[in-house]
Structures are given as C-alpha cells and as structure tokens.
Design a protein around this ligand. Structure first.
Ligand code: GRG
Length: 299
C-alpha cells in the first residue's frame, strides 16, 4: 500500500472517531461543567487515535461496517485517555505535559483530574451499553466484546501491568517480567480493539488466532518503540517530557537490551506481526502498514 493511501485512510478513520467522541462528550452548562471541560480537554487534545484506528481497520478487513464498532472504538479511546490522565498525576508519573499541552491536573487540579479520569472510564461503559436494547440477536457478540474490553482495562490487564511497573521501579527485573509488564500495561489495550472487532464482525477461529498473534506482537512493538522514543525523541515531537524512564529508574527494553538491541527486537517483532496477516491476503494491507507505522512513528 502506498504511504499516501495509508495516510489518507488513517486520517479518514481518525475523523470518524473524533466526530463521534466530540458528540459523546458534549460541552455542558450543568453545575458539574468543570468535569466535562476537563474530560474534553484531554480527550480532544489530539493523540494518534491508534487503538480506535486499529479497531476500524480490523472491522473493515473482516467486512464489517464502521457503525458496528465505532462506539467500542470510542470507549477504548476514553479508557486510554483516562489512563494517561491518571498516569500523569503526581502520585504516579508526575508529568507536566501530555499530547503537547499541560497535563490535566496542571490545568484543573488533582481532584478534578482524578474525577475526569473516572468520568471517562465510566462514560466508556455507558457508550458501549448505549444501544444495548437494540442488540437483540447479536447480544452475545456485544456482551463478549464488552467483556474483552473490561478485562483488558482491569486488574488482569492494564491496571495489573501498571502495578507491576510501579513495583519494578529502581529494580532489575528479568526479561520475562518485563514482557509480562508490557503485555499488560500497554499490550492489553492494543489487543482489545482487535479481539473485540473480531468478535463483533464474526471472524472464524483461524482468523481470530492470527489476529490475536498480530495484536500481541504489535502491542509489544508499540512499547519497545515507546522506550526507544523516550531516549531518542524530543519534547517537540512527542508533546511530553523525555528521558523520564531513566530518571524514574523504569524497567525498559532499552535498559534491558541496549538501544541497538531494542531496535533489533522492534524490527523482528514487526516482521513477525506482518507475517501473521498472510492468511488475509491484500485485504490486510492497511494492517500491515500499521505495524510498520508503529515501528517508524516519531510520536
Ligand atoms: C493509570 C490505570 C493507569 C494505567 C496507566 C497506559 C498507562 C497505564 C500509562 C501510560 C504511560 C505510558 C507512556 C505507557 C506507554 C505506552 C503508552 C500507553 C503510550 C501512550 O499511548 P499513545 O502513544 O498516546 O497511543 P496518544 O497520545 O497518541 O494517544
């Protein structure tokens, strides 16, 4: 797929999600207006929208319609944004910048930032349940998709990984524990849109297995690249502080394998991810390009 076609399609998916998110978290004049403003501040601050794009792309490849997955794609972006707001808090990573602007608590204060994160998490589930009464014959698929997303965000997914990450600070950990940490902290919320789209679009067992393997590999690639960018990136391109991992003595792929070792691992895992898609033929062109996009991204 030509880079220009990929970029156009990516932008098209982002527009779909941004319009839906904008409507789902409307401006409000209610007495609790501040929390709406704080939620919109972080949710509509840009961001790559990688997880929703991934979901829309899997849906399209499997012959589904965007409307089948948009509420889920928005829910995942809300959960992702809540995790960033909370991760930036003084009690966690204590960051001042995110998505090129001051972090939520720097603008709204810690109490509202916590509530804005909570609000987004809750709204994610309200959004997935929004049309529940119309699901009728498809109810089972929708319930399964919601379970996948709930599980990926919770203690056996992203929150679990965050706990392991916090407890690993300042310690040397094994490569197995490092992978475990990232499969949960970052990987779970990248795998969820792929698996939920597969379920919602009725993919067969072989397709589900291939997509699962692709998703696990790009999830790991995403984190390896994140670790590399923390060393090589700039504040201007990333929109957030850099060299934080070293400062906080975080366990990273760069720390464990060195910069070149991490780059080699990124290269090989990206190729492995793309290989999983062979069974889908050229229908998977966008998803293949998306794997290379992760490896080459500068933010
Ligand atoms: C606080 C429950 C809780 C969890 C936090 C996701 C996470 C767990 C922490 C974020 C810290 C971090 C930098 C993780 C590495 C991978 C990651 C999630 C990067 C940010 O995601 P992008 O690059 O961000 O998709 P944008 O802004 O583009 O959406």
């Amino acid at each position: 797929m030509h880079r220009e076609d990929f970029d156009n399609k990516y932008r098209q998916f982002v527009r779909l999600v941004d319009d839906a998110l904008n409507a789902l978290v409307a401006e409000s004049d209610a007495p609790q207006k501040t929390v709406y403003d704080a939620m919109r501040y972080s949710l509509l601050a840009g961001g790559k929208r990688f997880r929703p794009v991934l979901m829309l792309a899997v849906c399209e490849m499997l012959g589904g319609k965007p409307d089948d997955v948009v509420p889920y794609a928005c829910a995942i972006e809300m959960i992702h944004t809540y995790s960033l707001i909370h991760d930036d808090l003084p009690a966690m990573d204590n960051d001042d910048y995110r998505r090129g602007r001051l972090t939520n608590h720097k603008v709204y204060g810690e109490a509202i930032a916590i509530l804005a994160g909570d609000g987004l998490l809750n709204l994610a589930f309200e959004t997935m349940l929004m049309h529940a009464e119309h699901y009728s014959s498809d109810l089972k698929r929708h319930v399964q998709a919601m379970k996948i997303i709930a599980n990926a965000s919770g203690i056996s997914g992203m929150i679990g990984g965050q706990v392991v990450d916090i407890e690993a600070e300042g310690r040397d950990i094994s490569s197995e524990l490092l992978e475990y940490l990232h499969r949960h902290k970052t990987g779970a919320l990248i795998k969820a849109p792929v698996m939920a789209a597969a379920v919602l679009c009725g993919a067969d067992e072989t397709c589900v297995k291939r997509l699962e393997s692709y998703a696990e590999k790009i999830g790991l690639a995403f984190q390896i690249k994140d670790d590399i960018l923390d060393v090589e990136g700039t504040f201007e391109s990333l929109g957030k502080s850099v060299r934080k991992d070293m400062q906080k003595e975080k366990s990273t792929f760069v720390k464990l394998y060195g910069l070149d070792g991490a780059k080699n691992k990124l290269f090989s895992i990206t190729e492995e991810a793309v290989n999983q898609l062979a069974v889908f033929g050229d229908k998977a062109d966008f998803l293949s390009e998306l794997a290379y996009f992760i490896a080459g991204r500068q933010n």
